[in-house]
Design a protein around this ligand. Structure first.
Ligand code: LMR
Length: 328
């Protein structure tokens, strides 16, 4: 009891919001790594929990653990297979040990914007990826959007040469590693919760992420401005353990899926605005946000494009060719 009380005090002080779960309800622990109020994922996870706790009261109960308070993304999928957590929404760059098929999303300059990503994910090919990990125990319920990635470092980045020799934090993805190696930079895989400290102490010089993450984690405080590169996408897959999901009473599973689908549609439609608010909030702090001229942007495309060739065999050239057709 003491331990449970201590855990709930800790969870409350870190912003986790719990409904009190009753005996007999299906408990759904949802662990993620961002904040819960100004972030596309945090807002969506909380809305999902609020709706389940109200509309499925007596049947199911969701506890959200934001800000890496329960697990970092590198631990959460293992924990899910062990039954210690039931839902998570890691970025598509964090499934490397389960599938290489999601590597498509990490290739630089494939999708022009989130609308293109959305169209691809809604296609037959995109939907098929949701069930591509079931043999390894994971089932995707939905894609949640965040946004396009921007780049920053301890010095201004305007041309690819500016990144040369710098150390960049990356998510655990070999494609992202190759992307920074193509620039002559040194990528380092690192958990999200450690990035601010690593930038502050100079363990790494730079990073890439969405406006909402750069704002939410305050990376702009410890960087020399942000360059608006929109060079890649950061999106999420909401996942569950396939066994757990299939073992749920049918009405619980259907209820959770219906609410998930509605929350997904509502929050994905609002994501561009949430990202824009973070961008404006960064600018309002006085931090420098640099835009690229078309020539400068072409130079980044040129420098990073070799990454496609490196992974096209594995991802499938046909898959890449099809994906780019969703840019209209
Ligand atoms: C990251 O590690 O940078 C992101 O995947 C964090 C997140 O969940 O947005």
């Amino acid at each position: 009891h003491l331990l449970a009380a201590a855990a709930s005090v800790l969870a409350l002080s870190s912003g986790a919001a719990f409904a009190s779960c009753e005996d007999g309800e299906t408990l759904v622990k949802f662990a993620h790594v961002t904040n819960s109020d100004k972030h596309p994922k945090g807002i969506a996870a909380q809305l999902f929990a609020d709706r389940v706790n109200e509309e499925m009261n007596g049947k199911a109960c969701v506890e959200v653990y934001p800000n890496s308070t329960l697990y970092d993304d590198d631990k959460v999928l293992e924990a899910m297979l062990l039954g210690d957590v039931q839902m998570a929404a890691p970025s598509l760059s964090k499934f490397e040990t389960f599938t290489k098929k999601l590597r498509l999303f990490d290739l630089p300059f494939v999708f022009n914007d989130i609308a293109s990503v959305d169209r691809y994910q809604a296609s037959e090919d995109g939907q098929a990826l949701l069930t591509s990990m079931t043999r390894k125990g994971l089932l995707g319920l939905a894609y949640w959007h965040s946004g396009m990635k921007q780049m920053s470092a301890s010095k201004p980045l305007l041309l690819p040469e500016d990144a040369k020799g710098l150390k960049f934090r990356i998510q655990p993805s070999d494609v992202l590693q190759a992307q920074f190696e193509a620039l002559g930079a040194n990528p380092q895989k690192m958990a999200f919760s450690e990035v601010y400290g690593a930038l502050q102490t100079g363990v790494v010089d730079g990073q890439e992420n969405t406006w909402s993450n750069i704002y939410g984690q305050k990376f702009f405080e410890v960087q020399d401005g942000i360059t608006e590169t929109n060079h890649g996408v950061l999106d999420y897959m909401v996942v569950v353990s396939n066994d757990w999901w299939e073992g749920l009473p049918e009405d619980v599973r259907t209820g959770l899926k219906t609410i998930m689908d509605e929350v997904t549609a509502e929050r994905n439609a609002a994501v561009t605005q949430v990202e824009e608010e973070s961008k404006q909030a960064i600018i309002a702090t006085g931090a420098e946000v640099r835009e690229l001229t078309p020539e400068q942007r072409d130079a980044w495309v040129e420098a990073m494009k070799p990454v496609w060739e490196k992974f096209s065999g594995e991802i499938g050239q046909d898959v890449i060719d099809s994906a780019v057709t969703y840019n209209v």
